[in-house]
Design a protein around this ligand. Sequence first.
Ligand SMILES: [Zn+2]
Length: 108
Amino acid sequence: MLNEQELKRRDKVLMSMMQIYCRAHHDTRGQLCSSCARLREYAGQKMASCTLLENSSFCSSCMVHCYAPHEREQIWTVMRFSGKWMLLYHPLMAVSHLAHSMRRRKHS
Ligand SMILES: [Zn+2]
């Protein structure tokens, strides 16, 4: 299991990405619409309970194992969209996220 500090950090990244996506697609400001809030809750639960996460970032292969197909598709859509914006809004968060995604892409 992840320690609490790391879990909070990842939850913050997740929330930021969801906000960027929701704001652009559902015209919300600073908070999530009900469907995005539900997705965030789902992702948060997976994040908290997944043992694979200890060695990887929350956007990694763990999703493939833990997420239901529908939710996985939704979260990927959010991340594909928000990934590039993260560089603008949250450069520090984005660096580790992108570094991980790139490694992942090379393998697949
Ligand atoms: Zn939304």
